[in-house]
Ligand binder design. Structure first.
Ligand code: ADP
Ligand code: MG
Length: 478
């Protein structure tokens, strides 16, 4: 390919400009996200940081060797192409493992939140999410076909929200509450439930549905103002049977859009149409939304999706592992469910990475491989472990009372776990033997030493016991 001198010069002058480069990168990320889908994008590509430019080569940095190799094998060529399209003078993308002090990844979200006119309304360009169907193609953001009621795992924290969502999907004309307001922390399944409602309604036919993020709602609204077509926009919106607006918190501080949403909302409710809204907080906690809007939002059914429990995390992991066809041992699932407690998205991302790794190298998933492959994720979730936590976890695991950690009881079923806890305290904390002894009912340091030796010995002799202790250690590890 020949590139004119002028092209080269302007390209290089853009390279001088870091902001331009960051913008190029974010545009590339937007494209990639559209091409590979949300989950893949989050799992692999959000971890890439921009490195230096040297001549016609740009360096991208990844936190681990495994990630670097994976990104190189899966996305290397595409990255080359996309960079070359953005900055024609760039001909090569070099992927390297980041060192301490290297720049952190830029996140697409940083741009998604930027003012109107950003080229990156992220859902705008997402051919990879296959539409289930489009009743009002002008109003429906492609529904992600993976997000259905069937693939949603129900547990205590989300059963109420799930039941409400089902209700809307079954009988939108006589739901009995309006709006349905779903709220909960990030990555807990709000968008999944809304897409599930949409998919179900579309499947049953005869109902027009509009789903969009509040952000998209704003873009649409502003675009309509610019093209002097606000009346059409309003009419379109007001003609649907079910309107779903995701991530309403985005409208905080966007007064005109809020105003428009408020009117649309009222018009639809008055006309007997159903509305579903999601946000990260309850209506009363969404300070920054106009009072009258908050009041109306709180008038229907408000359903909270709570943080996940261990049991729910296990069920979700089991379901997703089964769907992937890769055998993931129960111990690994337990380990993940213990370690990654923040939200389902991260949990899913971690599992996806394990599965991809297993597929790529054809090796079985083990606890060791898990620690290795996920070490960057796990590190982020790590914290310093205390003797109290060790005692608690060990007592739970072997089903003894916490008080028995310091009691004088010598029965084997109590003494053995106590010894394991002492062993782990020695391994995982910087406490001295006498200090550890004191925390276990004022025992002598020689007792602790004996426990450490005894557990070490047993672990050498008994593989199942060793594995148990090892699992405890990994769960507690800081
Ligand atoms: P939110 O919109 O609340 O931030 P999402 O709906 O985007 O969260 O969920 C994040 C990811 O976690 C999605 O991939 C979704 O499918 C998955 N997920 C969340 N909750 C569940 C669940 N209960 N069962 C199965 N997958 C879930
Ligand atoms: Mg969401």
């Amino acid at each position: 390919m020949t590139i004119g001198v002028d092209d080269d010069e302007s390209a290089f002058s853009r390279l001088e400009d870091n902001k331009g480069l960051a913008e190029s990168w974010l545009r590339i990320c937007g494209r990639l996200k559209g091409e590979v889908g949300e989950v893949e994008y989050r799992t692999w590509l959000t971890q890439i940081a921009l490195g230096p430019i040297d001549g016609d080569e740009i360096t991208l940095l990844l936190p681990t060797r495994f990630l670097r190799d994976w990104v190189r094998s899966q996305y290397g060529d595409r990255l080359n192409e996309l960079w070359h399209n953005e900055v024609p003078a760039l001909r090569r993308v070099e992927l390297q493992v980041a060192r301490p002090g290297d720049p952190a990844p830029l996140q697409l979200a940083e741009v998604a939140a930027s003012p109107v006119g950003s080229p990156l309304a992220p859902e705008e360009q997402n051919p990879a999410t296959k539409p289930v169907a489009e009743v009002r193609s002008d109003l429906v953001t492609a529904l992600d076909s993976r997000f259905t009621f069937d693939t949603f795992v129900v547990g205590k924290p989300n059963e109420f929200a799930y039941a409400c969502a089902r209700r809307v999907a079954e009988k939108p004309s006589s739901v009995g509450f309006n709006p349905l307001f779903l709220y909960g922390g990030v990555g807990l399944g709000k968008t999944h439930l809304m897409h599930a409602i949409g998919a179900e309604l579309v499947r049953s036919g005869n109902v027009s549905v509009a789903y969009m993020s509040a952000e998209k709602f704003m873009y649409r609204f502003i675009a309509a103002i610019r093209s002097q077509s606000t009346i059409e926009f309003k009419e379109q919106l007001r003609s649907v049977d079910v309107l779903m607006i995701d991530d309403l918190q985005f409208l905080i501080g966007k007064d005109n859009t809020q105003e428009e949403f408020f009117h649309t909302f009222n018009a639809l409710v008055d006309a007997g149409r159903q509305i579903v809204v999601s946000a990260d907080k309850s209506p009363s906690d969404l300070s920054g939304l106009e009072d009258r809007l908050r009041t109306r939002l709180g008038c229907g059914m408000v359903a909270d999706i709570h943080a996940t429990t261990f049991e729910l995390r296990i069920s979700i992991l089991e379901a997703k592992a089964a769907a992937s066809g890769v055998v993931v041992p129960a111990k690994v699932l337990e380990f993940l469910a213990h370690k990654i407690t923040s939200n389902v998205r991260e949990l899913e991302g971690a599992l996806n990475r394990l599965i991809a790794h297993a597929n790529l190298f054809g090796r079985p998933v083990t606890l060791e491989a898990t620690q290795d492959v996920l070490h960057d994720i796990l590190k982020a979730h790590d914290r310093r472990v205390t003797i109290e936590e060790i005692q608690k976890k060990v007592a739970e695991h072997w089903n003894i009372r916490l008080t028995d950690m310091s009691s004088a009881r010598r029965a084997r079923n109590v003494a053995r776990p106590r010894q394991v806890a002492m062993y782990l305290a020695k391994q995982l904390t910087s406490r001295s033997l006498p200090e550890i002894g004191r925390k276990f009912g004022n025992r002598d340091h020689t007792t602790v030493m004996h426990a450490v030796n005894r557990v070490t010995e047993l672990m050498e002799r008994d593989a199942a016991f060793a594995e148990d202790v090892e699992l405890m250690r990994r769960m507690l590890e800081s």
